[in-house]
Design a protein around this ligand. Structure first.
Ligand code: B3K
Ligand code: ZN
Length: 877
């Protein structure tokens, strides 16, 4: 372990590299005891580097690399010819051009960080983003060093028949002693973070795709033989993505082959390595029996996201890691557009906004708040955040709506053409948007630099005599770490007005029923003429900017919007706001030990919703779901987790009791047996049925219904929903245990389904769950080394079982701290992710806040804290 504290890296310290690497030739000998990596680098002085002092070549290379030999221009160096520090190797006196050859040994079989080269279920694989390549060999491991790679892999032919790397396969050889070698060459220059290698015994599913210019691309998905029957959905998703990117962005695929490999042990969803995407099995494998609808959609989105990176990320990459949102925000925006086109656009938008409000707003209001373009970090892996990804995507979304579809397309074309083969900045992207549109985006740039969620307060004044409605918008942004004062943002607010009869009102003489108000100052006024009394403003339609908008709606006004708004998103949002207001009141009542009560408005709006015939099923399902506890925590000034839970349970129970009949009817109407398809219509139908079941569990018909559904289900969505319903229901008695046992027996050989089984138990809302979770930690189905399992059990307990996690005893906090410390030594990236709930301690009422702080302090005091965990913990204490 290092004694020095982790160093902070600053954007302002960015300098171009003094050397470039034109070509990179790698050779891997994969052996049981160690892997030998020989690297040949063709380097050259960078003509753009003007600093005279920058003579030495400093290669990155982590402490775990064992250097066997190094030669420069054919001359073997002695130890006195170079300097080896903890994570660098320094060379002096190189000529203008030099040829450097290093040989190192590494031990992938012992690498539990899942970063660099490691093993997953006996196969070799890599994860190099952001800085994993320096765990493989000495290199200029920074994204602005783009090089042409060739890779030779040598391994035992029987155990590792499949040997893959980026680009095209150019040679295959059979060697002595049962070894074989395969060589790959990637004609496109790329940074080292996009390098990939895979070796193992893998089955392959093949297809092909003919591009818009008539080239035939071989598509291959590599999985373990047992999973061959679960690749069709990913393959279809890939082909749809390829076509969509041609049609919507004019982007054609470039290599002749595109490969996806699925691995079980993976720190995130997937990785866009050039021509060789590596995926978490959870983000590829799917079939009707084992996969839930939401996972089918998730797979489609992730396959698309990684594929889209081929242009937004790979062909045009980031200059440095402060520019991460350049590729991630843009690519999330692109995959969201794609998912909207493939499924229900409004359902997709609602899901994305709920996610942003729950997770990104929480991050932006907490100790890790950072701008979409951060200016400092200790560990870059901690900055793969909802702010970089999801808020970054919202910024692109605003540009898209400000420029309009066609101009945005011209601007993205310009960006790709201008920067193809380059490593660029967010600024370059914004300039392309400006150049193509002629718009001045000076103020818009603040969105990238200022952190925090802006708040927009809107007030209305109606003048009866002038028949005039005045809306006053006031924006402000709370202070965030390192940023006290904020300048005003440019905020596009899409709005409309709904009259007392429920009809849209013309907002100007042109008759427009919708306008985009662009706020640029702290205060802005909008005056609408010719308005009858009683019209209700519909604001921030489609969530046109990532802000918190406040308008003092009455319950009746919200119910009115919920029933009549011509914007579907705002219909949903009005329902959420109505529910939030009621939940907040009941939370107050619960805290003050006053009786809880539910007025008529919510029940009546829900009753109307249940009988409505003009709203599609997916929307009804979303509207039926009360705001989550996590969202309510984010929304609260000071969080009383148990009172929030009580309030929400009470409202749910009351709704269930008052609406039992229509809920039951709705359930029956959608409980149709049909040939399974993960399409928008069927998914909507199943989700509304299961949303109804969730309420019905609080009535006397629930348990029987759920058990019946569990036994009859012909797909995982229905089976898992029924199991979840039984497990969290206090009335289910031993049926919950029976269902869990049966489920385990049926699916014990399907790892991903077993992960779901773990997750359902971890989110069991009943008392005593922690004991059961602790038991599961010793179950054969669990392993701390597998991130999916850690997320399913420990992660789910701490972030999706809030009533138990926040038990006043503090046992949930102590449990989390304990596992963060254990994981710190195994997989620091996963440990750093897991600790998040504790970092929000300041928001929590006592005794929670103090207990959370204590648990966090315990983590901080743990000896040998990895840089990843250290950064998060010190910033939050
Ligand atoms: N680019 C990768 C994420 C890498 C995370 C490194 N800690 C996947 C993606 O965003 O597509
Ligand atoms: Zn990405």
């Amino acid at each position: 372990m290092k004694d020095a504290l982790p160093r902070t890296i600053y954007l302002e310290d960015y300098r171009v590299s003094n050397y470039l690497i034109d070509r990179t030739e790698l050779c891997f000998l994969l052996g049981d005891e160690f892997t030998t990596v020989t690297t040949k680098l063709h380097v050259r002085r960078n003509p753009d580097c003007v600093e005279l002092s920058a003579e030495a070549l400093v290669l990155d290379g982590s402490a775990s690399l064992q250097l066997l030999s190094i030669a420069v221009d054919g001359r073997v160096l002695n130890e006195s010819d170079y300097r080896r520090d903890e994570d660098t190797l320094t060379l002096w006196g190189l000529s203008e051009r030099a040829f450097i050859e290093t040989t190192v040994q590494i031990k992938p079989q012992l690498n539990t960080s899942l970063n660099g080269l490691y093993q997953s279920r006996g196969m070799y694989c890599t994860q190099c983003e952001a800085q994993g390549f320096r765990q493989i060999t000495f290199y200029l491991d920074r994204p602005d060093i783009m090089s042409e790679f060739s890779t030779r892999i040598v391994a035992d032919e029987q155990r590792y028949p499949v040997l893959l790397s980026n680009g095209n396969c150019i040679a295959k050889e059979s060697l002595d002693d049962g070894q074989h070698a395969v060589t790959w060459h990637d004609p496109f220059v790329k940074p080292a973070y996009l390098f990939a290698l895979v070796a193992g015994t893998l089955a392959v599913i093949e297809d092909n795709f003919v591009t818009c210019s008539g080239r035939t691309i071989a598509l291959k998905i590599y999985v373990e033989d047992k999973d061959k029957d679960k690749c069709a959905h990913a393959m279809t998703s890939l082909k749809k993505s390829m076509r969509w990117d041609e049609q919507v962005y004019g982007r054609e695929y470039d290599l002749d082959i595109f490969m996806i490999v699925a691995v079980d042990d993976f720190n995130m969803g997937a990785m866009e390595n050039k021509g060789l995407n590596i995926f978490n099995t959870a983000a590829v494998l799917a079939n009707q029996a084992t996969t839930m609808d939401a996972t089918f959609q998730n797979i489609e989105a992730i396959v698309a996201h990684e594929y889209f990176h081929n242009w937004s990320g790979n062909r045009v990459t980031c200059r440095d890691w402060f520019q991460l949102s350049l590729k991630e925000g843009f690519t999330v925006f692109r995959d969201a557009q794609f998912s909207a086109d493939m499924n229900s656009p409004i359902v997709k938008r609602i899901q994305d906004v709920s996610f942003l409000r729950t997770h990104q707003f929480a991050e932006d209001g907490g100790p890790m708040s950072h701008p979409v373009q951060p200016d400092a970090y200790m560990e870059i892996n901690n900055f793969y955040t909802v702010t970089i990804y999801e808020k970054g995507a919202e910024l692109i979304g605003m540009l898209h709506s400000m420029l309009g579809v066609e101009t945005f397309r011209q601007a993205s074309d310009l960006y790709f053409e201008r920067h193809d083969g380059q490593a660029v900045t967010i600024e370059d992207f914004v300039v392309a948007m400006e150049d193509a549109s002629g718009r001045d985006l000076q103020q818009f740039r603040r969105w990238y630099k200022q952190s925090g969620t802006p708040r927009v307060d809107v007030k209305s004044v109606y003048s009866k005599s002038r028949r005039e409605l005045t809306l006053t918008f006031q924006q402000a942004c709370p202070a965030t770490p390192g940023q006290v004062e904020k300048a005003p943002f440019q905020i596009p607010i899409r709005c409309g007005l709904i009259d007392a009869k429920g009809m849209p009102v013309a907002l100007n003489t042109a008759g427009d029923e919708e306008l985009v108000v662009e706020l640029t100052e702290e205060t802005h006024q909008l005056v609408i003429d010719n308005v009858e009394a009683g019209a209700v403003p519909s604001l921030l339609r489609g969530f046109s900017a990532p802000v918190k908008l406040n308008y003092a709606y009455t319950s009746d006004e919200l119910a009115h919007l919920m029933a009549h708004d011509s914007d579907g998103f705002n219909r949903w949002d009005a329902g959420q706001q109505l529910a939030i207001n009621i939940l907040n009141e009941q939370t107050e009542n619960s805290r003050a030990a006053r009786p809880l009560q539910l007025g008529g408005t919510l029940v009546e709006t829900y009753r109307q919703l249940l009988s409505s015939t003009d709203v599609d099923a997916g929307m009804i399902a979303l509207m039926l779901q009360l705001p989550s506890e996590a969202l309510l925590h984010e929304n609260a000034g000071e969080v009383y987790p148990l009172a929030i839970h009580d309030a929400r349970e009470f409202v749910k129970l009351t709704l269930a009791a008052m609406l039992k009949e229509p809920l039951f009817d709705l359930y029956q109407r959608h409980n149709q047996r049909q040939v399974y398809a993960p399409d928008a219509q069927q998914i909507g139908s199943r989700s509304v049925k299961n949303a109804a079941l969730d309420y019905l569990m609080l009535t006397d018909v629930g348990v029987e219904l759920a058990w019946q559904q569990f036994c009859d289900a012909n797909n995982m969505t229905d089976q898992a929903a029924a199991l979840r319903a039984l497990v969290s229901c206090s009335a289910s008695g031993d049926l919950a245990t029976r269902a869990l046992t049966q489920f385990e027996k049926q699916w014990r050989d399907e790892t991903l389904v077993i992960n779901l089984w773990l997750q359902i138990q971890a989110t069991d809302q009943r008392r005593g769950t922690l004991k059961r979770v602790e038991n599961l930690l010793t179950n054969d189905h669990f392993s701390l080394k597998n991130p999916n399992k850690v997320r399913s059990l420990i992660g789910a307990y701490c972030s999706a079982n809030l009533v138990n996690f926040h038990a006043v005893s503090g046992e949930g906090y102590a449990f989390l701290a304990d596992y963060v410390m254990q994981l710190n030594g195994i997989n620091p990236q996963i440990a750093a992710r897991l600790v998040t709930p504790l970092t929000r301690w300041r928001k929590y009422a006592q005794p929670h806040g103090q207990l959370m702080h204590g648990a966090l302090q315990q983590v901080a005091d743990h000896p040998g804290l990895a840089k990843d965990v250290h950064e998060i913990v010190v910033k939050s204490l």
